[in-house]
Design a protein around this ligand. Structure first.
Ligand code: PML
Ligand code: MG
Length: 249
């Protein structure tokens, strides 16, 4: 049993802080024991300073102790891979997977419109799975999934980007009000993305955008009766430890 855990969060922007109109460059999250703090802080600093989206002139790293009794334990999602040979095929596959999860056509179209046309939001936007309406009032800031980390028993994928994306998708899917998520990266050198849900798992799609394109992000599809404030509170504030428990990743 771990005694104390700390939530570490990083955000970096270029052209000033995010709230002053700076361009979002990078973000990172971890829940670690005290002895892991120095390493995480240095890893986050280096992640922000070597990012392909630009060179930050604003960088914030916060460290907060988390009350052990507040920590919720969840399991990671099972992973499936879809290797596609073109962007059009990748987008078609992602839309087909969302349809299979019962996301309505209008909601799928709105999510694609958002991710294709930007502006790129710093966090995710919430879209109602049936009406397709945007449900949060966060503007460009969106919702940042926060306060999560891997349990020490977890057998993690070697690729840090995939590890981070799987952690976010697992926390999102652990809310009973999440129906699905659609994501592709806002980093110009990364073209893969995913569709995920609690029942279908984390479904990676190898190509969803052009190399060099910085438009991307996350859409969370939620149930019509969701209490949006509670939902956001869970994703942003509730500390969650994720275990891989014998899953093939
Ligand atoms: C990001 O890092 O910006 C999102 C990455 C999504 C896809 C991760 C994967 O390859 O599974
Ligand atoms: Mg990014």
């Amino acid at each position: 049993m771990r005694s104390e855990l700390f939530s570490i969060r990083m955000r970096a922007a270029e052209g000033g802080a995010h709230e002053d109109g700076g361009k979002h460059i990078s973000g990172a999250e971890a829940l670690v024991e005290e002895k892991g703090l120095e390493k995480s802080v240095l890893d986050f600093l280096s992640k922000a300073r070597t990012h392909t989206r630009g060179t930050p002139d604003f960088l914030q790293i916060s460290v907060e102790k988390v009350a052990t009794h507040d920590i919720r334990k969840i399991e990671t999602l099972p992973v499936r891979r879809f290797d596609v040979s073109s962007i059009a095929e990748g987008r078609e596959k992602a839309a087909e997977l969302l349809k299979r999860i019962r996301i309505s056509k209008v909601a799928i179209d709105n999510a694609f419109h958002h991710l294709l046309n930007g502006p790129t939001h710093r966090g995710a936007i919430l879209v109602e799975a049936h009406s397709g309406e945007r449900m949060d009032a966060r503007g460009l800031k969106g919702i940042r999934v926060s306060r999560f980390g891997w349990n020490s028993d977890a057998a993690l994928p070697a690729n840090g980007r995939i590890r981070d994306a799987m952690a976010i998708a697992s926390k999102v899917a652990s809310s009973p009000f999440s129906v699905a998520e659609l994501c592709w990266s806002d980093d110009p050198d990364y073209t893969a993305g995913y569709v995920s849900s609690g029942t279908f798992g984390y479904m990676r799609v190898s190509r969803l955008k052009e190399i060099g394109c910085e438009t991307g992000g996350r859409v969370f599809f939620i149930l019509p009766n969701t209490d949006v404030d509670d939902y956001i509170r869970y994703l942003e504030k509730c500390p969650v430890l994720i275990s891989t428990k014998g899953r093939e990743l």
